[in-house]
Design a protein around this ligand. Structure first.
Ligand code: 13P
Length: 249
């Protein structure tokens, strides 16, 4: 069966010292959490501190974004081999904030995911509809386009190492969590897309995380859905106790 993945996306929060402080509090709270994989994606400048602090634990570290060229004159970007060399396991691609504020497209999401895989990182590819898209009945159309453009270009071998995160944009940072049924339906739809493209067993194996206002008090209901395999947590991953209760749902 699919091992849950509980991942924290710290977005643009915390310094290296705050990163260290988080881990000294967090690690003792999750020593018994063998039911799930755990990941933290801090800002790039904290990756070294996070890797050092997480050494010997079961917590993997990831980048919040990744560029597709290995190196070159790309001011401000960080490549997949660099993340790998810094000790990362994971890389997020296509977060809705990247799509909304930084011009991310399905085409660049695919390039980032493929580059992460080439470097031996495991990509967490984010998809999700905006409020007006949900309200106009276009959720499935949007998810399908994002899947086709940002994920379906991966080979079967690459897809087997990929995690999908369903993050409805209207639920991110708003406190408006999708109901378990609503999220479960979107996850089921995404698994269906995976099945059409990669077949039954690949679809049964792929992990699909839910993201958007996940908190200690709503994580259980979400995780009870058969197609929800973990969480991608923003705000509630910044505090050790709250992220530990999510991990230990
Ligand atoms: P919040 O948990 O703060 O809503 O953020 C979700 C998210 O965007 C994780 O990537």
């Amino acid at each position: 069966m699919r091992t849950p993945l509980m991942a924290g996306n710290w977005k643009m929060y915390k310094t290296p010292a705050e990163t260290q402080a988080f881990f000294s509090k967090f690690l003792p709270l999750v020593t018994g959490a063998t039911h799930a994989e755990i990941a933290i994606c801090p800002p790039f400048v904290n990756i070294a501190a996070a890797v050092e602090a997480a050494k010997g634990s079961r917590v993997g570290i990831g980048g919040q974004n990744v560029y597709w060229a290995k190196e070159g004159a790309f001011t401000g970007e960080v490549s997949a081999p660099m993340l790998k060399a810094a000790g990362c396991t994971w890389a997020i691609a296509g977060h809705s904030e990247r799509r909304q504020y930084f011009g991310e497209t399905d085409e660049t999401v695919l390039k980032r995911a493929a580059a992460a895989l080439d470097a031996g990182l495991l990509p967490i590819v984010c998809v999700g509809e905006r409020l007006e898209e949900r309200e106009s009945g276009n959720t499935e159309r949007v998810l399908e386009a994002q899947f086709n453009g940002g994920i379906a270009g991966l080979s079967a071998e690459q897809f087997a190492k990929t995690v999908i995160a369903y993050e409805p944009v209207w639920a991110i940072g708003t406190g408006k969590v999708a109901t378990p049924d609503m999220a479960g339906a979107a996850h089921k739809f995404l698994r269906g897309l995976a099945e059409s493209k990669y077949g039954k067993s690949a679809a049964a194996a792929v992990r699909i995380l839910y993201g958007g206002s996940v908190k200690p008090d709503n994580v259980r209901g979400l995780m009870a859905q058969p197609d929800i395999d973990g969480a991608l947590v923003g705000g509630a991953s910044l505090e050790a106790n709250s992220f530990a209760s999510i991990v230990n749902f």
